[in-house]
Ligand binder design. Sequence first.
Ligand SMILES: Cc1ncc(COP(=O)(O)O)c(C=O)c1O
Length: 386
Amino acid sequence: MKLKSQKAIFKIPKDVVYLNTASFSPAFNAIEEAGIQAVLDKNRPDLITVDSFFKPINELRSLFAELIESDDMDRVVNIPSVSYGLANVANNVCLKSTDEILIIDEQFPSNYYIWKKLTDQYGARLKIIEPPKTKSNKGKKWNKILLDSINENTALVAMGHVHWSNGTLFDLKEIRRKTQEFNSLLIIDGSQSVGALPFSVKELAPDALIAAGYKWLFGPYGSAIAYYGPYFDNGNPIEENWINRVNSERFSELTTYQSEYKPKAQRYSVGESSSLIYNQMRVAALQQVIEWQPQRIQEYCRETTATFVNQMRALGCHIEQDDCRSHHMFGVGFPENFDIEKLKIKLEKEKVNVSFRGAFMRVSCHVFNTKEDFEVLLECVKYAMQ
Ligand SMILES: Cc1ncc(COP(=O)(O)O)c(C=O)c1O
């Protein structure tokens, strides 16, 4: 069944047009309630039990595993940021000087600096896959350039499922096939996709999938999440904390120090991963996202934005071909001589919230947005063109 507008469970003011979930998602009622209850619980530390440390976080891990179609919540861990999750990856990668790490052009900085540092450290090469110069069929051609660049020197490919500033969709199935052919690691930053675009570990088998929590997963800022595949099972985490070791549930025996970590990826969870307030909110958020279903979110956004996209193209703006981009987030390129400053002033006046990233106006959509929101945005663009 198709999703209907979910505006009623959000508290976005009537005069605000919020088209910026790619930056921060708003809360909906269940998240707000879970957060307030968790803050109130802070008054009663006497009620904190051993379960408080394990139950919500395990529920969160299990829900995220379900969302990404993994059978194994022991591969899902709580991390505070994407950069933290990627640092765990880099900590377990050794390179030869002939090795290459492939990233996409203008990738988010947290998914650039770490690879720059690692390749510098080993005298290896950071290869940046630039888009084709043409506008027509850009997404398809960009994917082809990337696929053609994966070869016996490729140690690792680190990229998003979609480009974070323009929504270009990358064909992870083909990229996984090619990386497997050359034994290269595939590390996915799902920050701008997981939750809103279907992702299946069963189908794509990434070596790691890392996602910020405060965008399409509706969590608070400071709550990211990661999946680490078997490559990382016996690796080195970037920090050592008590809760990731076996028997950490036995509070009276914590100084019977353990040399063993909990199984599989659990060694990579950040210290204090039980984060009592955040996890309650994140559980409420994920339950709803799973109920909505990413495929239905895409469909909702596609229908909500279709007329706007056509009208923008008719005005001479460039939006990537529909089958080569996501529908929850896409970039708009403006014609030459377009007055972006005039548009920004108008958007502020009309309380329309979007992002400007690189050469694009990044528009993002969710189930609280309506066609009317996009009509307001269209009018602002038309005004700036006058
Ligand atoms: C693609 C992408 N990755 C990662 C992040 C956040 O990275 P970090 O958690 O290191 O701040 C963002 C934030 O906008 C993003 O768009």
